[in-house]
Design a protein around this ligand. Structure first.
Ligand SMILES: *[C@@H]1O[C@H](CO)[C@@H](O)[C@H](O)[C@H]1NC(C)=O
Ligand SMILES: *[C@@H]1O[C@H](CO)[C@@H](O)[C@H](O)[C@H]1NC(C)=O
Length: 384
């Protein structure tokens, strides 16, 4: 790929010439090459004058994680960065040292040996992240790590409601732990070739769609309350809509069975519809807490996971409506939720939580930076 020069086109401007407004206009052009430039500005760039954003929060105090106390979110950022590096290997080659460091040192946080802790969704984020890193590096160490995590998650099967538990304390059966487990199992079927992965993925997919978690409106609810007769927790979050789309893409790749795509399409159509439970009337992905500007660093991650799943579906089953949705969201972040700050002569691309805008500095964190990278990745991957 021959994209290297584009970075330097930005980088070579003398700092004194780069005002916030010129940087903003430079970065807001709406074409595929600019998604890449925007992604770089969002992720990192150690080349002055664009100051790194996501990566500058990496391993502060030598944690081998991003930010502070962002354990599972750091798995999401690793996913996003590995995906971006695949899309731009030249860029990736500058920064790919973080994967090995994360693999060996991050579990020191909370003594989560092998990336295992008390929550199967946390494990699922990391397991799927290591598949993304494996795809980029082709280094089996990451595939093996994903397999180790998967083997632990399988131990979460056997709830009274079906599927896997959310947590090892067995308090709840969540859509998210099950979506991630299905995606990981199918992802391993595509990469590690043991038939049990595919069997487990298919079985959990079938359970997911018969459990009551997915409504007749094709919107995914949050989970089943195992201590209350497996009654439905009807809360709607963006990530539950998206992760299962990524699972469908992996299952389709593993089987060639288009039924997975048909089922996923109904979900994607429902969630991307303007005015749906997760999309604004103008077509922008919106978490419930975005409307009240009070997303915490958990909810701030969800939209990134959503659009990652939609990207995976779009790449195996392209639909113009979904493509338009992805690009509209990536552009909205840049047009409505970006703050370009000039700090010590360096421009910083800071993005907030509400992709529809307006930018709110109280809602701009390491996590919102990572989620925005997922949106730019999705636009970049599906427009080339
Ligand atoms: C780094 O360590 C300092 C001193 O203990 C602490 O105040 C700060 O919050 C830490 N930052 C991160 C990102 O861990
Ligand atoms: C395709 O998948 C669906 C859903 O799991 C299943 O019902 C169907 O039998 C599968 N078709 C084939 C040809 O295997």
């Amino acid at each position: 790929m021959c994209v290297n020069k584009k970075h330097f086109g930005v980088a070579l401007l003398a700092p004194s010439l780069v005002t916030a407004s010129s940087m903003k206009s430079l970065l807001s052009k709406r074409d595929a090459s600019t998604y890449e430039q925007n992604a770089i500005c969002t992720a990192a760039d150690h080349i002055s004058p664009v100051r790194d954003q996501l990566l500058r929060s990496y391993s502060v105090n030598d944690t081998a994680l991003f930010g502070k106390d962002l354990w599972w979110q750091s798995g999401n950022f690793i996913s996003a960065l590995a995906t971006f590096y695949q899309l731009d290997p030249d860029y990736g080659s500058i920064h790919n040292d973080i994967f090995a460091k994360t693999l060996s040192e991050a579990p020191g946080y909370g003594n989560y040996v092998n990336f295992l802790n008390g929550w199967y969704d946390d494990e699922g984020w990391w397991g799927n992240a290591f598949l993304d890193v494996y795809d980029y590096t082709q280094d089996r160490a990451y595939l093996n790590q994903a397999i180790t995590i998967y083997s632990d998650i399988v131990g979460g099967l056997g709830t009274p409601c079906g599927g896997i538990w959310w947590d090892k304390a067995k308090t709840y059966v969540s859509a998210i732990s099950n979506g991630l487990y299905t995606e990981l199992a199918a992802g391993l079927a595509n990469r590690a070739g043991d038939s049990s992965y595919l069997e487990n993925a298919e079985e959990n997919w079938n359970w997911f769609f018969s459990s009551g978690i997915v409504g007749s409106d094709h919107i995914v609810r949050d989970g089943l309350q195992s201590s209350n007769g497996c009654s439905l927790n009807g809360n709607v979050f963006t990530y539950n809509q998206g992760v299962i789309l990524g699972a469908a893409a992996e299952l389709y790749k593993a089987t060639g069975n288009r039924t997975y795509l048909t089922t996923a399409a109904a979900l994607a159509d429902a969630s991307t519809a303007s005015g749906s439970a997760v999309t604004s009337s103008s077509g922008i992905l919106t978490e419930g807490c975005d409307k009240s500007s009070n997303c915490d660093t958990t909810a701030q991650m969800f939209k990134g996971a959503y659009i990652r799943g939609l990207r995976k579906l779009q790449l195996v089953d392209p639909e113009t409506d979904w493509l338009n949705y992805i690009t509209a969201n990536a552009q909205s972040i840049w047009n409505n939720d970006l703050n370009v700050e000039n700090v010590n002569g360096q421009s910083e691309c800071i993005v907030g939580s509400a992709w529809a805008g307006p930018f709110n500095s109280d809602q701009a964190t390491v996590v919102t930076q990572g989620a925005a990278l997922d949106a730019l990745n999705a636009a970049l991957a599906t427009t080339r």
